[in-house]
Design a protein around this ligand. Sequence first.
Ligand SMILES: C[C@@H](O)[C@H](N)C(=O)O
Ligand SMILES: C[C@@H](O)[C@H](N)C(=O)O
Lengths: 157, 157
Amino acid sequence: EKAVVSGIAFQKDQTKISFQGVKDSPGIASSILGPIAAEGIEVDVIIQNISNEGRTDFTFTISSIDRDVVEKICNTQLQDLDFNNLIIDNNVGKVSIVGVGMRSHAGIASRAFQALANNNINISMISTSEIKITLVINIDDVNNAVKVLHHEFELDK
Amino acid sequence: EKAVVSGIAFQKDQTKISFQGVKDSPGIASSILGPIAAEGIEVDVIIQNISNEGRTDFTFTISSIDRDVVEKICNTQLQDLDFNNLIIDNNVGKVSIVGVGMRSHAGIASRAFQALANNNINISMISTSEIKITLVINIDDVNNAVKVLHHEFELDK
Ligand SMILES: C[C@@H](O)[C@H](N)C(=O)O
Ligand SMILES: C[C@@H](O)[C@H](N)C(=O)O
């Protein structure tokens, strides 16, 4: 599968919610997302990495419009959840490299990471699929990141 | 966008590589993936969550066939990388809920998480996109997870 980058998408109106240090046991992910889903909130990226000493971070992004509703759920229905720290951050932007065959080419992801590094843009979260590499970055870096990635993948021709 | 689950995909031949405690600064993601991409290794899921006290975990999955080559890269080209712990785990399976509109419906993800929880299947890693919810789980749980998710999304009719 030859990788072909077809475009760079971005969003600037995102809020990141992270429950840090949740227990890594069955039912935790559903207990966090359940009340949010019940409100019909659109959740974008969901990321959870492997646990360390039985705990892990469960992070997701929502549209900033939904921040107040979700914050209220966190402080009411989720107040009894066992976690170390809750982070709610509005300074979140997202850039995605869209194409086909993205997965089979670590080269595409590696080029994207390198191009951002050369421009001193830090990557806060990473999530990939066959058609997309999604990077959560600081909202102030979004414009520059889009330019850098357009250039790297020669989409500005 | 109405969410429609069209199928459940799974893979059992995956190996998980996790650099725990890497510095959260520009260039780190590229320095890890660069040497692996240079060998033409196909990398599947890449996951990185937000950092905690300036460090985070960078995790990815590869096909188990490539384990030895990647392990050698970790022990040679990546030996000078600043990290706390390297995990290489073969007991890794992957199930994906495939469809359209997945992102806009936290309900789909929440139902999947709940169904797995009800069957005592623990979720080790989570990565989502519009067309797919990818869950990394223990290889021993893959068969049961596929059955449970087929039933939950009425794909077994
Ligand atoms: C942390 C959370 O994902 C947990 N492992 C679960 O299965 O729900
Ligand atoms: C950890 C790694 O992703 C780092 N933040 C980078 O931008 O490369």
